[in-house]
Design a protein around this ligand. Structure first.
Ligand SMILES: Nc1ncnc2c1ncn2[C@@H]1O[C@H](COP(=O)(O)OP(=O)(O)OP(=O)(O)O)[C@@H](O)[C@H]1O
Ligand SMILES: [Mg+2]
Length: 243
């Protein structure tokens, strides 16, 4: 069973068709990068995958869940799918560990002591064990983003979605976040990530998908895709250095 199955998905906002028949599968443990110009539909696709946006036609299945707008299905889906955005959205009045424990405590009824153990585990995974009792405002942007990733990991997701998680960071803080993601990838996490970091896509993702005008324009093993683009659109995109 694929971790993510997307079959001929169409998505419109009013009259604007943003996804025009997108199909792809992600196997368990696979790391897939989504690249493409601004407005090509990358974020919309990720948002459809975890049901944040409803689709008009086609089919999406994630970790065995059919993605539709039934609130019960969405609750089940979100236990298995984590999503991290450009903005970290940590609660400033809660400590790092409280931020991380919130979802497991509330949505999965994990007892306090167990939630604390979980928080320590995921903080270690992102290299921030010493920040357990810190407040988000006292962390750098890179550290806050790593906490946001840890918060997602605390739900023990089967699939992780990342939408340009380093785009808001100063260049010197980008590396530490990418390193955490690379470690996750090497640890076997199934990941679908939108990124403008072409080196990261090439080196960490096994497959890269180039989206253009709401379609998968070109896709394949990352190294091949970057070294030998088949379409003028991807050639231009790669030679322009993204964006
Ligand atoms: N909620 C919405 N309502 C109306 N139009 C939307 C909405 N969300 C996205 N769009 C439009 O859908 C298109 C695709 O947007 P999307 O955010 O998926 O692009 P993207 O590839 O992620 O771009 P970027 O690289 O800038 O993040 C754009 O034309 C955008 O304006
Ligand atoms: Mg986007």
């Amino acid at each position: 069973m694929p971790a993510v199955l997307i079959d001929d998905v169409h998505k419109r906002f009013g009259n604007l068709e943003v996804l025009k028949g997108v199909s792809l599968t992600v196997e368990p443990g696979q790391v897939v990068a989504l690249i493409g110009r601004s407005g090509s539909g990358k974020s919309t696709l990720l948002r459809c995958i975890n049901g944040l946006e409803a689709i008009q036609s086609g089919r999406i299945e994630v970790a065995g869940h059919i993605v539709d707008q039934d609130p019960k299905h969405l609750r089940e889906l979100r236990k298995d799918v984590g999503i991290v955005f450009q903005s970290y959205n940590l609660f400033p009045h809660l400590t790092v560990s409280q931020n991380i424990m919130l979802s497991p405590r509330i949505t999965q009824n994990v007892p306090q002591a167990q939630a604390e153990t979980l928080a320590r585990e995921v903080l270690a995974q992102v290299g921030l064990s010493e920040k357990f009792d810190s407040y988000p405002d006292n962390l750098s942007g890179g550290q806050q983003q790593r906490v946001a990733i840890a918060r997602s990991l605390a739900m023990r997701p089967k699939v992780m979605l990342f939408d340009e998680v380093t785009s808001a960071l100063d260049p010197e803080l980008t590396g530490e976040v990418l390193l955490v993601m690379e470690k996750l990838a090497k640890g076997g996490m199934t990941m679908l990530l939108v990124t403008h970091e072409m080196n990261f896509a090439r080196n960490v993702a096994s497959t890269t998908i180039f989206m253009h005008q709401g379609k998968i324009w070109e896709s394949g093993p990352s190294r091949e895709l970057f070294s030998n683009p088949q379409t003028p659109e991807l050639r231009n995109f790669v030679s322009a250095g993204a964006h």
